[in-house]
Write a protein that binds this ligand. Structure first.
Ligand code: 5U1
Length: 671
């Protein structure tokens, strides 16, 4: 950025941040989302970092506690911090192992199993061996800077123990409070008349996010490291087992309970053994993590929806509590599905207060025969919605009557149809305000068209006032339509219409996700967009063609085909396009197991020419590149590999030899 431009931008950012801080704090009427605020804040932090001469004592970046979400400066992780997919049963573990085996073409996979701590995920960045930054996970891409507080954790080395440490090392781990520390902390809280923490996880999170590091320093926080984001300079370990050993050698705390296990049986044995010893551990765990050991295989398996396909968290059985049913509500979802929800006397389950539990569908409710007034056992598993396990029948009050499921929608009064398996649906379609509101909220949501300012309250007014019937009507809204509505001044109305106008330029995956096609989440929307490359091609695809898409099974294919065959949906899509909603064209990539992977060939191959190897890799969807970068997925090294292999080592890119490549090419076409 030019000198003057940088200085003008910094001034503009300061003014914007001040303005939004005032809207938020003083007027209690924010105009932008927290994420948007944090983005502006991060931009100013970065600008002032690059140009310290632009920093001003009155800059929002210098004000401690300027705003809760910005009190800890945002930190962009060098590599995203992924989250783990959960498995809750032996069957789900077997399914996970089968998927891994099928994708890798192995009969048995070697995993590393580790305890899953119930703490707070952090990323620690070491440069030249020195701890320079610690950040929370945040949304996985951007976390909060908690360096000052993490530095107070005694087990976290401020300097790595190595004469030649990696140039950059971003370590991932979990900050936690051991059981005795948690008890001591709660005793101290009680002695001072404070509110005790519900569980060690909340206590750890609260301790790490203390504005005053002196307070953090008094909390007995601990750390275990379990992975890396970035590792450059020096040889990068080629397996999870070696990685953990290397981290330990560098002086980082690594859980001694980790084990290398073989296949599904090995995983299960470890899970059962640790489950038996769970209460004796010095810290709380909520399950076990399994990771494919070989880093090369991890790369091949890749990720789906921000979770690695090569790892899973096997949760211990959920915690249960008993409470009473006050009421049973029936909620109407975006697709018209009616979900019975039990409203409960609030109860703590595993440290979290629960006041609602889903009964899933009318059959689920009837099977469990839950009645108003019943005492019920409630279960929470991980982050999923709490559910009712069963009724304490011998304590059923004599006045409790079976719940009669409504045959008309509680929101619009339309008939309820029950011809699609177990699901009950409101037949109201577009007439039903509940469905319309939620369709529009979903369309505008952050991961869909990301229309800022179109919150629940506004959508409710737009739908109930008849201003918006379908999502396409949003693009017809004028400032004058909005300005008179509740909590909407001229200024806010202008902002919303501008945000709507801005959302016209989107991406095909976002657009597909925004349509709210049943069964199509963000990941499927992305896969569909990549596979078909155009909306037109997707709309004309039949169920057979749809099932050819990776991860699309018959149920999803059917839902997509039905959605696009519905004339009303086609009309709304046409209206959206006529209103100017568009996206940049996508190139149609070849499918294949290695699709999206970048591979580099180096050295002399014995059994095939470079060209043959290149063609075979490209048939599997890989991009074959001539130079190694940190983004290269793997390098195939033949005889006398030279500098490319050296660079791969430096960047931590896995290297396979010709035998490894051949094994891949032999197995892969069948997958
Ligand atoms: N022990 C352990 N916990 N944990 C959490 N390993 C581990 N790995 C994780 C997470 C989120 O993620 C990587 C597999 C990406």
């Amino acid at each position: 950025m030019m000198e003057d431009a940088a200085s003008a931008r910094a001034a503009k950012l300061r003014a914007l941040l001040e303005h939004h801080s005032h809207r938020y704090y003083v007027l209690d009427d924010p105009e932008i989302s927290d994420a948007e605020y944090d983005r502006l804040f991060a931009e100013l932090v970065e600008l002032e970092r690059k140009r310290p001469d632009l920093a001003r004592p009155d800059s929002p970046t210098q004000r401690v506690g300027a705003r809760p979400s910005a009190a800890f400066a945002p930190v962009v992780h060098a590599q995203p911090m992924l989250s783990l997919a959960n498995v809750f049963s032996e069957q789900e573990l077997a399914d996970f192992d089968r998927r891994v085996r099928e994708r890798l073409g192995h009969d048995e996979v070697i995993y590393v199993a580790e305890p899953k701590l119930d703490g707070l995920a952090v990323s620690l960045r070491y440069e030249g061996g020195l701890l320079v930054r610690a950040a929370t996970r945040g949304d996985g891409t951007t976390g909060e800077d908690v360096t000052a507080n993490v530095r107070t954790i005694r087990s976290c080395p401020l300097r790595l123990r190595a004469s030649k440490p990696p140039r950059i090392l971003e370590v991932r781990g979990e900050v936690y409070l051991p059981r005795d520390g948690f008890l001591r902390l709660n005793e101290a809280q009680a002695a001072q008349g404070g509110k005790p923490f519900a569980n060690p996880r909340n206590a750890a999170a609260g301790s790490l996010r203390q504005l005053d590091p002196a307070v953090s320093a008094q909390r007995p926080l601990r750390l275990f490291c379990y992975g890396v984001g970035e590792w450059s300079g020096g040889a990068v370990p080629s397996s999870q087992e070696r990685l953990l050993a290397a981290l330990s050698d560098l002086g980082l705390p690594v859980n001694p309970e980790r084990r290398v296990v073989k296949g599904y049986t090995g995983c299960l044995q470890y899970y059962e053994d640790l489950g038996r010893r769970r209460a004796q551990l010095a810290y709380e765990i909520d399950g076990v993590v399994y990771k494919v050991n070989e880093v090369f295989e991890q790369r091949l398996l890749g990720e789906v929806s921000r979770s690695p396909r090569w790892a899973a968290a096997h949760k211990f059985p959920a915690e249960e509590a008993v409470t009473r049913v006050l009421r049973i509500d029936v909620q109407v979802g975006r697709t018209g599905a009616l979900t019975p929800v039990a409203v409960l006397v609030a109860v703590a389950v595993g440290g979290v207060m629960v006041s609602h539990a889903t009964l899933h569908n009318p059959d689920g409710l009837a099977r469990k025969d839950v009645r108003v007034g019943d005492l019920v056992r409630v279960r929470r598993a991980g982050d999923v919605i709490p559910e009712i396990v069963g009724v304490v029948l011998d304590q059923r009050p004599s006045h409790a009557r079976p719940f009669v499921f409504p045959d008309h929608c509680p929101v619009c009064g339309s008939p309820v149809i029950r011809n699609q398996g177990v699901v009950a649906r409101c037949a109201g379609g577009l007439v039903c305000q509940a469905q319309r509101r939620q369709t529009i909220r979903h369309f505008a949501s952050r991961r869909a068209l990301d229309i800022q300012g179109l919150g629940d309250k506004l959508v409710e007014q737009l739908v109930d006032g008849g201003l918006v019937e379908t999502v396409a009507d949003l693009f017809k809204l004028k400032v004058s339509d909005l300005a008179g509505l509740e909590r909407m001044g001229e200024r806010s109305a202008t902002n919303v219409t501008q945000a709507i106008a801005k959302s016209r330029l989107t991406t095909l995956p976002r657009f597909l996700y925004a349509l709210g096609i049943p069964e199509v989440g963000e990941a499927t929307a992305r896969t569909l967009a990549l596979h078909f490359a155009s909306l037109k091609a997707l709309m004309v695809a039949d169920e057979h063609e749809l099932t050819a898409v990776q991860d699309v099974g018959p149920v999803v294919a059917h839902a997509i085909a039905v959605f696009f065959s519905e004339p009303h949906n086609r009309a709304v899509i046409a209206a959206l396009q006529a209103a100017g909603v568009h996206w940049p064209a996508l190139e149609k990539p070849s499918g294949g197991l290695l699709s999206g992977k970048t591979v580099v060939l180096t050295g002399t191959l014995e059994g095939m020419t470079r060209e043959e190897a290149r063609a075979a890799l490209e048939r599997l969807g890989a991009k074959v590149s001539s130079s190694v970068s940190p983004r290269t997925d793997f390098v195939v090294a033949g005889r006398d590999p030279g500098s490319k292999a050296e660079r791969a080592k430096e960047f931590g890119v896995p290297i396979i030899d010709e035998r490894g490549l051949r094994a891949w090419l032999d197995k892969a076409p069948a997958l």
